[in-house]
Design a protein around this ligand. Structure first.
Ligand code: PMT
Length: 396
């Protein structure tokens, strides 16, 4: 689990988004974190402490003079025990108080007394967020090393639309995980492909394959968490784009080829995870082929460009990583592909294990030899592959 062993103090301040903090407590706990909730008095008007207590399994603190702390030092004890403090929602008033170093309740006192990172997820009406005073406070907080998560733009509880919405709990979780991930690819630009391609036969039919996109999307997320700027060129899949990743949606191998070649020159690392169709239909019909026109329609196939091989052949190629899905002889076939495409690293997997599911078994092949990874969730394998790439590119 990504947050195993992490102790997080979740501060909740007064705002309607306090109800979403309940889900955040659950998600942080599911990701392995130990969560201690501390609320401002205003927050208790929106959600009672009992809700967070039930979800975190710990008593919630709201009062600096809480008798449960025998030394009357709740602000010190709670913040010293934490790996980070996350405040979500963070109201305009809370941001102002922290920006000015005030310590007039438990949460602000704890924040002032902390020796761990502070992440805040602002949530307020758009006018309050845009107010020069709030903007000044936000700038001051950034200068002080506080990480601001959002806010997002969108519909607000007050009925207005604009910037000031708190990030969704899943988005805050992703940012917290990214915050704790070592930045092995900091400053690197990673270009990737994922998913299947779809090669048109006629107006409603096509040739495709069973790639779900899961391996590639997990790798995009892992690279972004490791600090890379990630662009993901994806064939048609039913997955949400990982947070913070630039997405380019394509359909056919030729679309994917064009999208990749337009960006490859600016990339430091290229990773081809996509199951690209080797062939397309040369005589694709613009209309639906009719069955009763006599005989089986002849499909003439022509070869698609090999995207990975072309990127690797550029005058100044990025560090290229390929994937190979084989039904047998994994090492022999994967190594053959690596040498043919002239790439330094290829990740081999068996088609019965790699395609579709949540788990996979990867074996890495590079100049140093063969590196089998422990089979497991694609997210975990993706993290290990990122570590291997960082090592080969001199960043680990
Ligand atoms: O999406 P999932 O369901 O999670 O499944 C993941 C996966 C099994 C699709 C993935 O792990 C994987 O193995 N992808 C590569 C599939 C494959 O066998 O590719 P290939 O042998 O056809 O190609 C070898 C390499 O060249 C791949 O990096 C491929 O992206 C690239 N290639 C291939 C053909 C082509 N025209 N252009 C390419 O860039």
């Amino acid at each position: 689990m990504e947050l195993s062993g992490k102790r997080i103090v979740l501060g909740v301040t007064g705002g309607i988004a306090a109800y979403k903090a309940a889900e955040l407590v659950r998600l942080l706990g599911k990701a392995g974190a130990e969560v201690q909730v501390a609320m401002t008095e205003a927050a208790t008007h929106f959600v009672t402490p009992v809700t967070y207590q039930a979800l975190s399994g710990k008593p919630v603190f709201t009062d600096q003079w809480d008798a449960r702390m025998p030394n009357a030092m709740a602000h010190i004890d709670l913040s010293r025990a934490a790996d980070c403090i996350v405040v979500a929602p963070a109201s305009a008033d809370f941001l102002a108080r922290v920006a000015h170093g005030l310590a007039d309740d438990l949460l602000t006192t704890m924040v002032l007394a902390r020796d761990c990172p502070l992440l805040v997820a602002p949530a307020m009406n758009r006018q309050m967020w845009e107010n020069p005073a709030t903007q000044r406070n936000a700038t001051r907080l950034r200068e002080d090393g506080v990480t601001l998560l959002g806010p997002a733009c969108g519909e607000q509880a007050c009925g207005e639309t604009g910037a000031g919405r708190m990030l969704e709990p899943e988005e805050i979780l992703e940012e917290v995980i990214a915050f704790f991930t070592p930045k092995l690819l900091a400053g690197r630009r990673v270009l990737m492909t994922a998913g299947p391609t779809f090669e048109t036969i006629d107006a409603v039919r096509g040739i495709t394959n069973l790639s779900s996109g899961r391996m590639g999307y997990a790798l995009a997320r892992a690279a972004r968490r490791a600090g890379a700027a990630v662009t993901l060129v994806s064939g048609p899949v039913g997955l949400p784009l990982p947070q913070g990743v630039e997405g380019v949606a394509v359909t056919s191998a030729r679309d994917m080829h064009a999208a990749v070649m337009a960006r490859a020159g600016a990339a430091d690392i290229f990773i081809g995870v996509a199951a690209v169709a080797d062939y397309r239909v040369a005589n694709a019909a613009g209309h639906k082929l009719k069955k009763d026109t006599g005989g089986v329609p002849p499909l003439e196939l022509v070869e698609n460009p090999d995207i990975l091989a072309e990127v690797a052949a550029l005058a100044k190629p990025p560090f290229c990583v390929g994937f190979a899905a084989e039904s047998q002889n994994l090492e022999e076939y994967a190594q053959k592909k690596r040498h043919k495409k002239k790439i330094p690293l290829i990740a081999g997997n068996l088609i019965q294990e790699g395609f579709g599911g949540e788990d996979n078994r990867l074996v890495l092949f590079d100049d140093a030899g063969v590196h089998p990874l422990t089979p497991g969730p694609k997210a975990v394998l993706a993290r290990q592959l990122v570590e291997h790439i960082a090592k080969l590119t001199g960043r680990n």
